[in-house]
Design a protein around this ligand. Structure first.
Ligand SMILES: [Zn+2]
Length: 352
């Protein structure tokens, strides 16, 4: 009885609680699947995006398979490059305290971009922009874009040639002297596929090339003869290692520029530095963004890139750049030829 007396007033309360519980459970049973469905949809969307990105990567990797076979040779070539860069770093570093081999190998700073006069200003402008390349659309007006690649050939050269073929675009390769069948086949590919084969010194060793006018001529002739022997093409375009405005040459750059003119060789600098040789290891997206951000600023735009063995990000950036630029109506992508207007892209101003 005692139990019943105490139970009786509590019963409606319990029933109410039970009812609320059942109601809450019902609501949960209805809402939970909805939430789960929404979460799954979001997840599926994300996975689809990842899948698309991976498909792109697979396509790129397939293109690169052939190039991967060249890595063994490049290891040797890169070592030579690093030695050259180390010498360069030592001579141009302001304090030079850590300009040893280690520093050169990790930073790989190419003076070609360090001395670009407009580089810093342009970089800050570009960095301020968002990462969506299409936002540059409004800025692009009618312009001629010359894509140039220095320091090759290397395993990345083949990948670049594949990309250029995919987009049916011609470019210019300012090459160094690299011996062996793999490099020779790449020089030939450049020529056979209709690109411009330019010169960028045989050794790329600043202290040797710029030691004297005679040393410069010797290096130039060595490369010109070698390329002619390999490809049958007499190269007539030159890019000075470090650019014509470099401050490391012990010879007057004007004197060297005049010499090239006498030889009917056209030299070319750049006004769009991709940033792939600044030693900061920019991502492909960042490199592409820098380049696309500058396209449309001048009527003639020469883009400086590097097809050295350690510049894989440049290749991935090129894929983005080509995808974007080939969509732009006002942009014409051309290869360096005698018809182009060289003057806007020569850092060194002619005395004549
Ligand atoms: Zn170079």
């Amino acid at each position: 009885m005692q139990n019943r007396e105490s139970d009786t007033p509590a019963r409606p309360e319990r029933v109410r609680k039970l009812k609320r519980l059942i109601l809450a459970l019902l609501v949960l049973v209805m809402i939970l699947p909805m939430i789960a469905s929404i979460l799954m949809l979001i997840h599926i969307h994300r996975l689809n995006r990842q899948l698309d990105a991976m498909k792109d990567q697979v396509a790129l990797l397939q293109q690169n398979r052939e190039a991967d076979a060249l890595h063994a040779e490049d290891a040797v070539e890169t070592q030579t490059d690093s030695q050259a860069d180390a010498q360069m770093d030592m001579s141009i570093a302001a304090d030079g305290k850590d300009g040893g081999n280690d520093a050169a190998e990790t930073t790989q700073v190419d003076p070609e971009e360090m001395i670009d006069p407009g580089n810093d200003a342009r970089q800050s402008v570009t960095e301020a922009k968002t990462t969506n390349p299409s936002e540059n659309d409004a800025k692009v007006k009618s312009c001629k874009v010359y894509l140039t690649f220095d320091d090759g050939p290397s395993s990345n050269t083949g990948r670049i040639l594949d990309l250029l073929a995919k987009y049916d675009v011609k470019a210019t390769f300012f090459v160094n002297g690299r011996e062996g069948p793999i490099s020779e086949s790449l020089y030939k590919r450049i020529v056979d596929e209709g690109h411009t084969l330019g010169m960028h010194s045989y050794t790329h060793k600043y202290d040797e090339i710029y030691e004297s006018k005679q040393a410069f001529i010797k290096d130039l002739e060595r490369l010109q003869d070698y390329l002619y022997e390999v490809t049958g093409v007499w190269p007539r375009f030159y890019r000075f290692p470090g650019g014509s405005s470099n401050e490391v040459s012990t010879v007057s750059m004007q004197e060297l520029a005049d010499y090239l003119k006498e030889q009917d060789i056209y030299y070319l600098d750049w006004n769009v530095a991709s940033g792939d040789a600044m030693g900061t290891n920019l991502s492909a997206g960042a490199l592409a963004q820098r380049v696309l951000g500058m396209i449309g600023e001048e009527e003639t735009q020469v883009v400086l890139m590097h097809d050295a063995a350690d510049k894989s990000a440049t290749v991935d950036a090129l894929a983005i750049i080509l995808e974007e630029l080939t969509k732009q109506d006002g942009v014409e992508i051309l290869q360096v030829s005698e018809d182009m207007d060289f003057e806007p892209v020569q850092h060194l101003k002619s005395n004549e």
